[in-house]
Unconditional design. Structure first.
Length: 337
């Protein structure tokens, strides 16, 4: 079965990627004592790339802080992957985000990209660079011009946006064409301002949405299901009472998945993909069979009746818990509006 594809935007409009991307946040595990074996990571990446039709790239999403202690650990794993499988460099489109310190975002962006390039050790170019957040202390034009400077210096090929509002995306695209925008789109997070308006504006501007998703897998039902040092324990949505409440939503959505004879993650991804032809779900997994399942989920068509049923479930059951509350993630990312 073939996979659907999407054209990127801006200066990358000549590049076609698979409809489902592959997130690398977990390539070194959710905690320092749960680092994954290189070969497991390699097999998962290869499984997705090998599904792509000729001329279509697998969209890989990484960051400077996806590693123990918010390090470049994931990029170092990637460098070893490309070193072992050099042919896969041209088969993948690598997006990297960073620059998360408020007030110093311009200086930090310049420093950061050099660090990323060093971590990749010449095995792969940075295809797309995006600042992880929009710093309200820095004029947007100055921020975008900094990205353009890095692009013109040959340190990245294209520029993107992350966690921005619709009006910010529009203004940024007027300064320089944006290749992609990354936001959360999931059954847990589908707000009017942060999600729906960004999706609508990006479609108008011809910019694909890289939709990272808090997937509903049904495998984590309470905090004790997570490793002791798993950083997700600091997230509001992984607290016991919050999870207990949200589990009731999960049970209702499970009924739809069971009736359709697909898994819960497949339903969640198919729903995200259905938000628009330009919306690219961004799951992550270290299991090759799950990566294949993820990629093929874009072929699942949800009927209007099924979509209406999901809308009704979400309307009747308010999701509890913020995306991030407290802990090292919030301290590191400085979640700006």
């Amino acid at each position: 079965m073939s996979v659907k594809t999407v054209k990127l935007g801006g200066t990358a409009s000549n590049i076609t990627v698979g409809k489902v991307a592959h997130g690398l946040m977990t390539v070194v595990g959710h905690s320092e004592d749960a680092m994954l074996d290189d070969e497991a990571v390699f097999a998962a990446i290869k499984a997705g790339v090998d599904l792509m039709p000729p001329g279509v790239k697998m969209f890989l999403n990484s960051a400077e802080f996806y590693g123990p202690g918010f390090s470049t650990g994931n990029l170092e794993v990637l460098s070893r992957f490309y070193e072992k499988y050099p042919d896969y460099a041209d088969k993948t489109f690598l997006s990297v985000k960073g620059a998360t310190k408020p007030g110093t975002i311009i200086f930090y962006a310049l420093l950061f990209l050099d660090t990323v390039i060093a971590a990749l050790r010449g095995t792969k170019r940075v295809d797309l660079f995006e600042m992880a957040r929009v710093d309200p202390k820095v004029p947007l034009e100055e921020m975008i011009q900094t990205l353009v400077q890095l692009k013109n210096e040959g340190k990245c090929d294209h520029i993107g946006m992350s966690e921005c509002r619709a009006e910010t995306l529009r203004k940024a695209n007027e300064i320089h064409r944006i290749a992609a925008v990354e936001i959360e789109v999931s059954l847990w997070s589908y707000e009017e301002e942060e999600t729906k308006k960004v999706i609508a504006t990006s479609e108008e501007l011809g910019i694909p949405v890289i939709a990272y998703s808090g997937l509903l897998t049904g495998t984590i039902n309470n905090p004790s299901d997570l490793a002791e040092k798993d950083f997700r324990r600091t997230f509001d949505r992984f607290q016991e009472e919050t999870m207990k409440h949200n589990q009731t939503i999960l049970e209702e959505i499970k009924v739809i998945a069971t009736k359709k004879q697909i898994s819960l993650p497949q339903l969640a991804l198919a729903w995200v993909a259905s938000r628009g032809p330009h919306v690219i779900p961004l799951p992550g997994s270290s299991k090759p069979e799950r990566v294949v399942e993820n990629c093929l989920s874009c072929n699942i068509e949800l009927t209007q009746e099924e979509q209406d049923a999901i809308t009704d479930i979400l309307a009747r059951n308010e999701v509890q818990g913020e995306r991030y509350v407290g802990g090292p993630i919030k301290q590191h990312l400085h979640l700006w509006g």
